[in-house]
Design a protein around this ligand. Structure first.
Ligand code: ADP
Ligand code: MG
Length: 357
């Protein structure tokens, strides 16, 4: 809604040219499709659009011509069909190759008896002016050792609330979460404290979650009560140079920050990792690097993962199972490939058709 309101305020004067800087990047697939349709209408009405984006799907849908920039220079230029179908420059080819596509390369061989995280009848209601909103309604799920579960759904469907409930960062109004066979959400915080390291969150905004006055090394030492050698090993395991320990978070690139956030979550050697939109702010090539890293970590450590994303291609690439949320409820749940092949719920079909991969 914010993005549409901004576009509305930009078009009230009916300008002949509209410049849009990443207008769909943070939006879920169906909302992004709506914004792109709106842009298409504006174009039909005669407006010229300059669309700046790393989203090649948006380019394919809206643009007549494409210019590819690398290192501040135009390296390729042509009609959209030419550039996307027969790219001539290496930079264009690698942009296209980095798009997430296809299923998870190494599916998990999880045994049904190795449930590490489970939720039953979860419910969370928030008071809002003039009423209440059921952010999460009667949600049940199971996650096995080494398995990755994707949570998808439109903005406001309850994904982040569910993530907070699974972390026991917030108390449910009903139902319960169990971690490694023991009470998790119902237990008092005093009994949860020494198990907090077993389930860790990689938040949506890594920089905002880091103390800007502390070095990366200090942040990682504090997160896991570990020494400098362990910090170096941790940085190497997320494919960063150990010298990054001396840097301040603000001086790192988006991809490096996300790797530090993952390292911080791994500092306590957890069994379960919950990632809230881990790649939504990154361009496709950095995104591909992070997704590959998650696959490696998962295979090496038999990590169980809950990956919240509005991008279905990311979930298909990374997850074994998927839960589709709509208005606080899980409307469809099962193996990723089965749901891809025959989505049953209209929300799933809408998300899939808007994804276009
Ligand atoms: P998603 O992550 O899928 O976008 P959220 O879990 O953030 O969805 O939100 C689900 C619903 O709950 C939305 O309607 C949102 O406005 C509402 N909500 C979330 N957190 C709060 C809160 N702290 N107070 C009031 N309403 C909230
Ligand atoms: Mg969210």
């Amino acid at each position: 809604m914010r993005q549409r309101a901004l576009i509305a305020s930009a078009i009230v004067t009916a300008p002949p040219l509209l410049v849009l800087d990443e207008p769909t990047t943070a939006l879920d697939a169906t909302v992004a499709a709506g914004v792109l349709r709106l842009l298409g209408r504006l174009r039909e009405e005669g407006a010229a659009l300059l669309l700046i984006t790393h989203d090649l799907g948006a380019v394919a849908r809206v643009a007549d011509r494409v210019v590819v920039l690398e290192g501040g220079q135009v390296v390729e230029e042509g009609t959209t069909a030419q550039v996307l179908m027969t790219p001539s420059h290496e930079a264009t080819r690698s942009l296209i190759a980095a798009l997430p596509r296809g299923p998870k390369p190494q599916p998990v061989s999880a045994r049904p008896d190795q449930v590490v995280l489970s939720a039953r009848g979860l419910r969370r209601t928030y008071p809002v002016p003039g009423g209440k909103v059921d952010a999460v309604r009667d949600v049940g799920l199971e996650l096995r050792r080494g398995e990755s579960l994707g949570i998808v759904g439109e903005s406001g469907s309850g994904k982040s609330t569910l993530a907070r409930l699974l972390m026991a960062a917030e108390r449910p109004d009903g139902g319960e979460v169990r971690l490694e066979g023991q009470e998790w959400s119902p237990a008092p915080e005093s009994r949860r404290r020494d198990r907090r390291g077993r389930i860790r969150l990689v938040p949506q905004d890594p920089l905002g979650s880091m103390d800007p006055r502390r070095t990366v090394g200090r942040i990682l030492r504090d997160a896991g009560a570990i020494d400098d050698d362990a910090v170096s090993r941790l940085l190497v395991s997320v494919q960063l140079d150990p010298t990054v320990a001396a840097r301040m978070p603000r001086s790192l690139s988006g991809g490096q920050r996300q790797r530090v956030a993952i390292a911080r979550a791994l500092a306590t050697d957890p069994e379960v990792l919950v990632l809230d939109e881990p790649v939504s702010a990154l361009d496709v090539q950095v995104q591909a690097g992070i997704l590959d890293l998650l696959a490696v970590l998962q295979a090496e450590r038999s990590l169980a993962m809950v990956l919240v994303s509005h991008d279905l291609a990311v979930v298909r690439r990374t997850c074994d199972t998927v839960a589709v949320m709509s208005r606080g409820e899980i409307v469809e749940q099962g193996p990723v490939e089965a749901i891809w092949a025959s989505p049953e719920h209209e929300v799933t079909r809408a998300l899939l058709s808007a994804t276009g991969t």
